[in-house]
Design a protein around this ligand. Sequence first.
Ligand code: SAH
Length: 392
Amino acid sequence: MKTLKLKRGKEDSLLRFHPWVFSGALVSMPDDVAEGEIVRVVSNDGALMGLGHFQIGSIAVRMLTFGDEPVDDSFFRTRLADALRLRKALGLARPDNTAYRLVHGEGDFLPGLVVDIYGPTAVMQAHSPGMHLLRETIARQLVALEGLDVTNVYYKSDTTLPFKAGLNPENGYLIGGDAPTVATENGLKFNIDWLRGQKTGFFVDQRDNRTLLRSYSHGRKVLNMFCYTGGFSVYALDGGAELVHSVDSSAKAVTLTEANVEMNFPGDTRHRAYAEDAFKFLASVEDGAYDLIVLDPPAFAKHRSALRNALRGYQKLNAAGIAKVAPGGLVFTFSCSQAVSREQFRLAVFSAAAQTGRRVRILHQLTQPADHPVNIYHPEGEYLKGLVLYVE
Ligand code: SAH
């Protein structure tokens, strides 16, 4: 195993268990280390800091352990068992809730790895070349994990691996195949399209926020913007909404939403879906036509460089939503951009509210659910933020 040496003083963040080593912290960028190789990281004095996956880029090493344990089958068995124990303790793995996140990267001490569970299928994403190289090992351990009952592992990393690594990963089943595609979330059924859908096929991270929305839906006219699979729409209908309109610019998303609504509420005429641009749709909405509006757009800032434009985007979108909602109505507004902080998002929503001149109060401050834990030493793991606004 190769050894990478840190510049003097650069061990401090590792001593505080932050799992990333930036390339600038290394004495020199090694040229004989391959992408995805497991390396030893030592301080300038030669003290072992731990082992991690090497990667070419600004994050040079993602730490897997701050000890000297071998990264082998048993390593993954233990980490995955820990992850499952937490989900079981949270009561998430139940017959009426078969969709949840089992591994949330750094939040489960497995940087570069995401695993979502949909009943008997695990959908796995590698965000680092190191995890890509170990995909078969991880898949085997997932299937062998006691209490998980997974028989299929679908690998989906074509959009998550660094393009420059040239790994050309192919999406496909590593184990099993031809798996059932309907999973349940809090008793509601969803068709999960991991083959063609975004991310792992479903946004499990909105589960708690959808549950909150359900509790406010009774008798309301709901508009679900950026509906994708219609998660919020299905919960709103379940909560007794008077009507639910779902909007997404993608026709495929609209079809997915309609299918999910039909599966849970066959023949229900309260729902309609529109394939249209969100901003255009909102502009044509009559003032007060809806008394609950959900704004859950895709990440406007994928990188820090896009921050200014992203904040302007959030302000514009929220101003449109706040302006249109009926007096006494609610706006559920979200940002899943990791580069946008909680404070920045709130400031963008504040500016939007001020622009409309309406009286706005924050009822709830929302975040990601417990199966997306944030490693306290890695605050970057917190990405989802939301506000529930009461608009008069
Ligand atoms: N709210 C969803 C997740 C949203 S993902 C859930 O709970 O599952 C973001 C969605 O926004 C995608 O489906 C994408 O097709 C859609 N989208 C992106 N840009 C859009 C635009 N300008 N107008 C409408 N929808 C858009």
